[in-house]
Design a protein around this ligand. Structure first.
Ligand code: PBG
Length: 322
C-alpha cells in the first residue's frame, strides 16, 4: 500500500498541522436579548444559559464576553405587549429602550461591534415581520417602517443593521435611506436566505414574538428550495449588502456552501435558537457531550464556508478556548 491517509492523523500535533478549518472567537457573534428595566437577568426557559438582560446587567455580560475575546454582539428587544401596535411605532421611537441601550453600550464599549434587528415583529401587535392588512403581509407598506427603524438605530450608533424581515427590495431601500440621512458608514448584514423554520421556537419564547395568526411562509423561504437562495443572494449583494446570511445554519450547510461560492461579500450563518436548544437538551440528559458536540457543530459551519457564525454558544466556546 503506497498511500496511507492515516499517516496524516497519527498524532494530535499532525492533526492540528493539517487541519483545513479552525474556529476562532473572532468568527463568532453572540446574540443578546434585551428588556426594559433594571437589575433583570431572566433565563429563557427553552434556551438555558441565555437571558433577557436590562441595561445594567447586559453591560456586565458584555464586559465578561470582551474579556473572553468576544467582540461582536447581535441585539434583540423583548418588548412589553402594551407598546406593540400595527405599525410597530415603538421600533423607531427615540424613547425605545432598545435604541437607548445601543447608545449606552457603545458609550461603555466603543470598540465592540453591535448588530441590530430590523423587522416589525418585536414591536408588532400582529407578531409579523411586515405590515398586516386582512391577513396579508404588505411588502411595500413595510419598507418605510423598516427604513425609519434602521435610521433610528444608525443614529443611536449601531455598527451593522440586521434586516431579518425578508421583504423584497429592503436592502436597497434601507441602503438608500441610511445614505440619505448621512449614515453611509453603517453596514448591512442581510438575512438573505432566511427559511420559514421550525427551529425559531425558543427565540420566539424569549421575545414573545410569535405571529398572532398564520405563519411566516409568504416571506420566509421554503426549506425545499436552494436556487431561490441564490436569487435572494444576488439581489441582496446587488442592493448593497455588506454581508449575506443563511438561517438556520446546521440544517442548511448546502445553502451556505452554495452562497459562499458565488458571493463576494462575507457569508454569515445563524445557528438559531432551536438548533442550539437541541444540543443543550440532549447534553442535559447526558445523551451528548456538550463540549465536543458544540465544537464539531461550529467546525461544520466553517467547513461549509461560513465566515461569520452567530451562535448562542459563542460565550461557551470562548470559555473553552481560555
Ligand atoms: C424575527 C427573527 C427571528 C429570529 C431572528 N429574528 C424569528 C422569526 O423569524 O420568527 C430567530 C433567531 C433564532 O431562532 O435564534 N425577525
Amino acid at each position: 500500500m503506497l498511500i496511507r491517509p492515516r499517516r496524516n492523523r497519527k498524532s494530535n500535533s499532525i492533526r492540528d498541522l493539517v487541519a483545513e478549518n479552525n474556529v476562532s472567537v473572532n468568527d463568532l457573534v453572540y446574540p443578546l436579548f434585551l428588556v426594559d428595566g433594571k437589575g433583570i437577568k431572566q433565563e429563557v426557559k427553552s434556551l438555558p444559559g441565555n437571558y433577557r438582560f436590562s441595561l445594567d446587567t447586559v453591560l456586565i455580560e458584555i464586559k465578561e464576553c470582551v474579556s473572553l475575546g468576544l467582540t461582536t454582539f447581535i441585539l434583540f428587544p423583548a418588548v412589553d405587549e402594551k407598546l406593540k401596535d400595527k405599525n410597530a411605532t415603538y421600533g423607531s421611537d427615540p424613547a425605545n429602550f432598545y435604541i437607548k441601550y445601543i447608545t449606552e453600550i457603545k458609550r461603555h464599549f466603543p470598540t465592540v461591534t453591535l448588530i441590530s434587528d430590523v423587522a416589525m415583529d418585536p414591536y408588532s401587535s400582529d407578531g409579523h415581520d411586515g405590515y398586516v392588512r386582512e391577513g396579508r403581509i404588505l411588502n411595500d407598506k413595510t419598507l418605510p417602517i423598516l427604513a425609519k427603524m434602521a435610521v433610528s438605530q444608525a443614529k443611536a450608533g449601531i455598527d451593522i443593521i440586521g434586516p431579518s424581515d425578508m421583504m423584497d427590495g429592503r436592502i436597497g431601500y434601507l441602503r438608500e435611506a441610511l445614505d440619505k440621512e448621512g449614515y453611509s458608514d453603517t453596514s448591512i448584514m442581510a438575512y438573505t436566505a432566511k427559511y420559514a423554520s421550525a427551529f425559531y421556537g425558543p427565540f420566539r419564547d424569549a421575545l414573545d414574538s410569535a405571529p398572532k395568526e398564520g405563519d411566516k411562509k409568504t416571506y420566509q423561504m421554503d426549506p425545499r428550495n436552494k436556487k431561490e437562495a441564490i436569487r435572494e443572494a444576488l439581489l441582496d449583494i446587488e442592493e448593497g449588502a455588506d454581508f449575506i446570511m443563511v438561517k438556520p445554519a446546521v440544517h442548511y450547510l448546502d445553502v451556505i456552501q452554495e452562497l459562499q461560492s458565488l458571493s463576494d461579500v462575507p457569508v454569515a450563518a445563524y445557528h438559531v435558537s432551536g438548533e442550539c436548544a437541541m444540543i443543550l437538551a440532549a447534553s442535559e440528559k447526558g445523551w451528548l457531550d456538550l463540549e465536543s458536540t458544540v465544537s464539531e457543530t461550529l467546525i461544520s459551519l466553517k467547513r461549509a464556508g461560513t465566515n461569520v457564525i452567530i451562535t448562542y454558544f459563542a460565550k461557551y466556546f470562548a470559555k473553552l478556548q481560555k
